[in-house]
Design a binder for this molecule. Structure first.
Ligand SMILES: Cc1ncc(COP(=O)(O)O)c(C=O)c1O
Length: 413
């Protein structure tokens, strides 16, 4: 009789993992407070809750200023605008990320330059960044991915040397620290998302951190329709902006979410370390160790590497199907190299500046990024953070399910 659940056996895990996003009385009280105040919108900008949240979030990440934004995609567009990135400028981005990291460049008529990631932790490879720099390069956007922070020491040194703007895409790493200082405060800008899958969420939302006063003023203007002064009544223009304000309901929820961040970060850090210990015993898997300079580790997605040759040639996606049947739902192609994704299809007619670098359009051949390609289609396994929010037994079940598949590969091959 079959043992594997995918073949009709009993699953390792039938109890669900903790649901997300977590909330308690604090979110309820905050939301009711805004409801009763009848002050719901983003104006005057920044409004009361948005200003309170922005200051607290910036402080928690060691930045001087925070500007709330409607989501973590606009945050990137707006940072590029505040940095005066212009049509035809080049922006270096890692290819193994969500498309917003590259779309922001296209949105300001600049040109994204796709660079591969490091094989050890899938963050932007500084050596390849150096090779990709041209006289048109103006900015670099490393993504702190899954649980890892990109090598900020090397990237900061490169940006300083070449006078480039550094925007940290921190959509995955709320609360993480590099050398004792919060992520998002090392570069010129730090961009965070509060979309529903993230470590802190208000359903949607984002924030840009900066410690440069002029940048902060420009960001405030751009999110508030380009107004010169803050507030609603001033219609004097300064920059060309948009309405990218956060509502008071969202800001209120985020105040409550921030209050829990440290406790949850430590919990995930502890469970993540335990999972690493268990997975390190399984032949055919390789874990990603946090860089020693990361003084606080977060896990948005716990990523590990799967080597089919250690599983008698079983493809990762077949392994993931069997794992899901055992009650552990992990992702394989969570990200694909951006230039290979059908969803990333900016038209050269609409964005003529792209022709300078990509005369045949942006497609799989536009950049050679073998590390990201292998991660996406063969190697990477992504586990969402709720798997690390529960008990030790919850973590042990992950390893148990993998061992079970490994011990019964004959049923799958
Ligand atoms: C790395 C990265 N950058 C940017 C974003 C965009 O954030 P949002 O969904 O809030 O627009 C995301 C969200 O999925 C992301 O994962």
């Amino acid at each position: 009789m079959s043992k594997l659940a995918i073949k009709g056996g009993k699953a390792v895990r039938t109890k669900p993992y903790p649901t997300w996003p977590p909330y308690d009385k604090r979110e309820e009280e905050q939301l009711l407070g805004v409801l009763h105040s009848q002050n719901w919108g983003g104006y005057p900008s920044p409004n009361v809750k948005a200003a309170e949240f922005a200051a607290a979030f910036a402080k928690a990440h060691d930045a001087a200023y925070g500007v709330c934004v409607a989501n973590g995609s606009f945050t990137l567009d707006i940072a590029l605008k505040a940095a005066d990135i212009e049509a035809g400028d080049e922006v270096i981005v890692p290819t193994y990320t969500w498309l917003a990291t590259a779309a922001c460049a296209v949105n300001v008529n600049a040109v994204p330059v796709f660079v591969d990631v490091r094989p050890d932790n899938y963050t932007l490879d500084p050596a390849l960044v150096e090779q990709a720099i041209t006289p048109r390069t103006r900015a670099v956007i490393p993504v702190h991915l899954g649980s890892s922070v990109a090598d900020l020491d090397r990237l900061l040194a490169i940006c300083k040397k070449h006078k480039l703007v550094l925007i940290e895409d921190c959509a995955h790493v709320h609360g993480a620290q590099w050398r004792g200082k919060g992520v998002g405060s090392h570069g010129d800008f730090g961009s965070f998302s509060f979309q529903s899958s993230k470590l802190m969420t208000a359903g949607e939302g984002g924030i840009v951190l900066t410690s440069n006063k002029l940048y902060e003023e420009k960001l405030q203007s751009i999110v508030n329709c380009g107004r010169k002064g803050w507030g609603y009544d001033s219609f004097d223009g300064w920059l060309f902006g948009t309405n990218a304000r956060l509502s008071e309901f969202q800001a209120a929820v985020l105040i409550a979410q921030l209050a829990k961040l440290e406790k949850f970060t430590l919990k995930r850090q502890e469970n993540g370390a335990y999972l690493t210990k268990l997975l390190d015993d399984i032949p055919g898997l390789a874990t990603i160790k946090p860089d020693k300079r990361m003084t606080r580790v977060t896990h948005y997605q716990y990523i590990f590497k799967y080597d089919a040759s250690g599983f008698k040639g079983l493809h990762r996606d077949k392994f993931l199907e069997a794992l899901a049947a055992e009650g552990i739902n992990a992702d394989g192609d969570f990200y694909e190299p951006i230039q290979e994704r059908p969803i990333f299809a900016p038209k050269l007619s609409q964005y003529p500046m792209l022709k300078k670098r990509y005369p045949k359009g942006i497609n799989a051949k536009a950049a050679h990024t073998p590390v990201a390609h292998k991660a996406a289609y063969e190697e990477a396994v992504w586990l969402h953070y709720p798997y690390l929010m529960g008990t030790k037994k919850d973590v042990e079940d992950i390893a148990k399910a993998i061992w079970k598949i490994r011990d019964n590969l004959g049923e799958l091959i």
